[in-house]
Design a protein around this ligand. Sequence first.
Ligand SMILES: *Cc1c(COP(=O)(O)O)cnc(C)c1O
Length: 473
Amino acid sequence: MKASSSKSDLFRRLPAVDELLRSEQVASLIAREGRVATTDAARTVLERMRAEIAAGHLDGQGLELAITGMGDAIERELRRALSYSLRAVINATGVILHTNLGRAPLAETALDHASEIASVYSNLEFDLETGERGKRDVHVTRLFSRLLDFDDAEIATVVVNNNAAGVMLALNSLAEGGEVIVSRGELVEIGGSFRIPDVMAKSQAVLREVGTTNRTRLGDYERAITEKTRLLLRVHRSNFQIVGFTEQPSLEELVALGRRHNIPVLEDQGSGALLDLASMGVPGEPTIADSLRAGVDVVTYSGDKLLGGPQAGMLSGKKETIARIRSNPMFRALRVDKLIYAALESTLLTYLKRDHDSIPALRMMKLPAAEIGRRAEQFVQRLKSQVHGVQAEVIDGESVIGGGAVPGSNLHTRLVALSLGDFSADELATQLRRNDPPIVARVVEGRVILDLRTVFPAQESAVLDALKSIAAV
Ligand SMILES: *Cc1c(COP(=O)(O)O)cnc(C)c1O
């Protein structure tokens, strides 16, 4: 009779929520995580058991077992419900500015400053000299001027949510209802939803495309200028290259043309190099100061690409033009909060001190392949002595700057190529992703590839431990 208990019999044997909450194990969960969350978890577990009984998956014996294990089930459910969705991961892909993995990791001082500013009140918009309302821009605009080597009287910088917001704000402020001339070779898409023609349409400016995909001459721009023209736009090709039979006027030529017709030039520079990255092994990437020296009226760029700071979009340029942009009501909707100002201010001060090694993205770019190779060799030694069934070797390869910056300029690196027991490379990569902390790696030609360039040295043991525990099951 017991084995073939009717469903209503089984339902009756389920404990009531109150009863569950009084058990010793669950009471200790309440003390730790609170009554509301624990009660929710207990209800969820009970619901699940009811569904299993209803589906005929539980007989009397199965139910007894499940009831015995309910404390543990509630604890697991509680852990799942209260765990963070946004988690730290180990980036073993070698893509330094990985947009899906949060782009630039912040410098420690930037985190300290953000944490201090955010945990108490601050002078975000308060002038401590006069005791009156101030502007949040003051905290960084002066630093940008110094880093870009311009006088505060000449140029200004404002900060918005990201570079996409910066481009949209500039277009709307300077060209609403008018025309913007762009080369057909620069009608780019950056990361899926940022497409120049769409951004243009949303900012209420009319796109006037000139030239061809591979060749656009100054005359093409000049012929397109009418009384409706408000802006000449240059878009940095930050995630692709056009090679071969190509032509494009220099920024200086574009600026000279704009001056002759009294039309400002806007450059969407995107990647945002504050210094010449040639010394970091990344040649040929224009800097923001280069653009301003060439005479563009406004240049927009990201905070979390080559700058190595928090997500933000900067607009640097002629003081009067920036003031016009600043007075657009859209600015209020796109501005950033104190956490970003704090992280950005600190990152900029790090640049002022020429302490580039403290900025993780720049430090990773600069890492010589030989040094990564030494770490990789040591890692392989440890793997071989500690992980059963592993096959690993160090091979040559390339790290990628990423984040839609510096296409085609990869960095020479040394990679760990590994396989483990009977796992296929895809299975092993999946196991690594499911690890706590998750590890993201590449799969190439049937092997899992780890690039230690983007793995912080302090994270190496966690990668080793993950492989050890995957090998042990
Ligand atoms: C990256 C990039 C963008 C988008 O910048 P976000 O900071 O991701 O908003 C726009 N234009 C160019 C040229 C870029 O490189």
